[in-house]
Design a protein around this ligand. Structure first.
Ligand code: UDP
Length: 454
């Protein structure tokens, strides 16, 4: 019998990267590959504690993330610097050790595109190299285009924004303000520089990748895939495409909210979630609570630990009591199951790419509350390209007020075209992962390529 190809996969150590990478690996296992998944010790322990480990079809190994136990992993500069310092050596030692046994040899490395050094390492060790991009293909196209922005004098050599202007990469792609470029969304100049330099470095490393696969679908970003043929859409990668179980959650999922959803009317509930690291200030948080109250509709709201800047989560006075009968608050939801629930009416989202693709796959209209970086760009796709959602306008104080929230909820529920377009897009997207669909075919070619060179 032919040996199963052995793949080593390494995500960037953040929630929005670990979940889709795990989903990708579960699909590869389903298609006859063996996978070793590299997590940081810290994230691995969190996943184990939240009881959402991947079934043992995946071999899980850990590496230190380079930080001391008590250091802050929510500080992206600290985490990235430490990770980039420590993990390359550990990863090399790990692969060399596994490959001492010929039978178990790793033949292919799948690395998050942000970890260009892992692709360099795979090249050095003579292994197959695959870059996995977990955000939209449009945002990767933007990053690949950064050297040109420097040449054109829009961005300086150190990432400083020299000209405030809108950037339009392709005719039907939404415009992006130069000030919204990824690194410029961070306030710390050291972090800006780090992210900017990483873009250049990764653009180089990714040239050595034999595949650049994206968790997206051709039908969502047709023009990007047509213009960047090296980017290959294989998504949406959802738990339901793999072994049917979301894995890799850092928080324990509150599954009781599914029973609560069972009791709500069809298409009625507003699901409110802002991903894994958005942080609200107290004023915005309170307006959101009061806005949800004003809608008079059922809502399910994920309020993560650390969701607001202050240490105590302070709801407006009396809010909990007044909304008790139609509001449900959870610390972490089984999001993919929630989005698939028939009682859901819309998704009030920060527009992270995973949330975007999960909402689209479930035919939901969106209310968009992007926080930073590629979320702003995803919002433009949702509202202006696919036309399946509405954004919020900020008031004179720069805040999204409660009346604005109520009004947009009414507008979205009041115009059935939003739902109709969402359902049409859902049908197209889901057919791309079914037998014969574009993502299905790409994924099959990808697996065949891995197997042929094993
Ligand atoms: N998620 C979840 N439960 C929650 C909130 C989020 O399972 O209560 C998952 C969600 O399904 C998605 C991921 O966490 O897969 C968040 O990724 P996204 O790209 O949307 O946002 P990020 O956290 O990277 O900002």
């Amino acid at each position: 019998m032919m040996r199963k190809p052995h793949i080593l996969a390494i995500p960037y150590p953040a929630q929005g990267h670990v979940i889709p990478t795990m989903e990708l690996c579960l699909c590869l296992v389903k298609h006859g590959c063996k996978v070793t998944f590299v997590n940081t010790e810290f994230n691995h322990n969190r996943i184990m504690e939240s009881m959402s480990e991947a079934e043992n079809v995946i071999n899980q190994v850990t590496v230190p993330d380079g930080l001391q136990e008590e250091e802050d992993r929510n500080d992206p500069k600290k985490l990235t610097e430490a990770f980039f310092e420590v993990v390359p050596g550990k990863l090399e030692a790990l692969i060399r050790k596994i490959n001492e046994s010929d039978e178990n040899r790793v033949s292919c490395v799948i690395a998050d595109e942000n970890l260009g050094w892992a692709l360099d390492l795979a090249k050095k060790l003579g292994l197959q190299r695959v870059a996995f991009w977990t955000a939209s293909a449009a945002s990767l196209a933007m990053m690949l285009n950064v050297p040109k922005l420097v040449d054109d004098g829009i961005v300086g050599n150190n990432g400083e924004i020299l000209r405030k202007q809108s950037i339009k990469l392709l005719p039907r792609m939404p415009t992006m303000n130069s000030t919204d470029l990824l690194w410029n969304c961070f306030s710390d100049p050291g972090l800006q520089r780090l992210v900017f330099d990483m873009a250049f470095k990764n653009n180089e490393s990714v040239k050595a990748a034999e595949w650049i696969i994206c968790n997206s679908s051709q039908v969502m970003e047709y023009e990007v895939f047509a213009s960047y043929p090296k980017l290959i859409p294989i998504g949406p990668l959802l738990a339901s495409n793999g072994l049917g179980k979301t894995s890799g959650n850092f928080w324990r999922e509150d599954t009781d909210c599914l029973k609560w959803l069972d009791q709500q009317p069809l298409n009625s509930v507003i699901y409110v979630a802002f991903g894994s690291h958005t942080i609200f200030d107290i004023a915005e948080f309170q307006e959101l609570a009061l806005g949800l109250e004003l809608t008079n509709r059922p809502f399910l709201w994920v309020v993560r630990q650390g969701f607001i800047e202050e240490s105590e989560i302070a709801y407006p006075e009396g809010f909990i009591n007044r909304t008790r009968n139609r509001g449900r608050l959870v610390e972490w939801a089984p999001q993919q199951k929630v989005l698939a629930h028939p009682s859901l009416g819309c998704f009030l989202s920060h527009c992270g790419w995973n949330s975007t693709i999960e909402g689209v796959s479930n035919g939901l209209p969106f209310l968009c509350w992007p926080y930073f970086a590629d979320q702003l760009f995803n919002k433009s796709y949702i509202c202006d390209v696919w036309k399946i959602g509405l954004g919020f306008d900020r008031n004179n104080n720069g805040i999204i007020g409660r009346r604005e929230i109520k009004n947009k909820v009414e507008q979205l529920f009041g115009d059935e075209n939003f739902k109709a377009r969402s359902v049409d897009l859902q049908a197209e997207v889901l057919s791309s992962v079914k037998r014969g669909g574009s993502s299905y075919r790409n994924f099959s070619s990808f697996v065949n390529w891995i197997k042929a060179r094993n």
